[in-house]
Design a binder for this molecule. Structure first.
Ligand SMILES: Cc1cc2nc3c(=O)[nH]c(=O)nc-3n(C[C@H](O)[C@H](O)[C@H](O)COP(=O)(O)O)c2cc1C
Length: 224
């Protein structure tokens, strides 16, 4: 009788301990998870006249180490591929069949982030500075921002591969031109780049097998 009572108490104690432990563990995991980087609201009432911006659009490969403010970064990402029609979720860049399959990754000295257009925030992915790996040219490491345009093929449905292979680069190219125009408007230097060691970069970025790197684009203030 006494033995059964003791066993009951031990079982109760074990249950209590396991519940308490699970609470502590979930708190620890939550504390370790990096928090998203909230971006200020994009300023969409500024910018120079479109025709002047088109006149000034060009590629530049010499960057100052000066960082972009959070506000400029916010405006840049919104211009690149932000949500401009919140009711429908449409973006500043069109995409074939509205796949919205091009993800914009942001490589900075602080680490690698993924632009979450819907929430307009940056999801931290890596703490390492991978800027130098985003291209094969030496100037790439000097740019404070290197955007990487990655196709998420899981969003292209059952499209035949020849369609996917045409549309994904087109969609990335349009985002790149949005960035060119924003940079021309803001006096920033930029160049879109296809010269990338894709297998090496995909490995560093820990991409899935159904993702493909299309282009990268360096952005920063021009070197004085
Ligand atoms: C798809 C594409 C890939 C490019 N790849 C590179 C590249 O890897 N490295 C680079 O320095 N410039 C690259 N460029 C930039 C071109 O060299 C540049 O646009 C061209 O010389 C014309 O200069 P502009 O942009 O000033 O008119 C690329 C441009 C495009 C459209």
């Amino acid at each position: 009788m006494r033995r059964r009572f003791l066993m009951k108490r031990i079982r109760f104690l074990l249950l209590f301990l396991s519940v308490a432990l699970s609470f502590v563990c979930s708190d620890l995991v939550a504390a370790q998870e990096p928090k998203p980087l909230l971006l200020p609201k994009p300023q969409i009432d500024g910018g120079r006249p479109l025709m002047q911006v088109l006149k000034d659009r060009r590629s530049s490969r010499e960057f100052s180490p000066e960082k972009l403010s959070d506000q400029i970064l916010s405006n840049l990402l919104w211009a690149a591929s932000g949500v401009n029609m919140p009711d429908s979720g449409r973006r500043t860049a069109p995409s074939a069949r509205n796949w919205q399959e091009i993800d914009v990754y942001v490589a900075m000295a602080e680490g690698l982030y993924l632009y979450d257009a819907k929430a307009h925030q940056l999801t931290p992915l890596l703490k390492e500075d991978i800027r130098a790996v985003t291209g094969t040219q030496p100037y790439v490491k000097d740019a404070p921002i290197n955007l990487v345009y990655v196709a998420d093929y899981s969003k292209t449905g059952k499209a035949p591969s020849e369609e996917r292979d045409l549309f994904c680069p087109a969609d990335a190219g349009i985002i790149s031109q949005n960035v060119y125009l924003f940079c021309a408007s803001e006096g920033l230097a930029t160049v879109v780049r296809g010269l990338i060691d894709r297998p090496a970069l995909a490995k560093v970025m820990k991409l899935r097998s159904d993702q493909g790197i299309i282009l990268s684009q360096s952005v920063g203030y021009p070197r004085k």
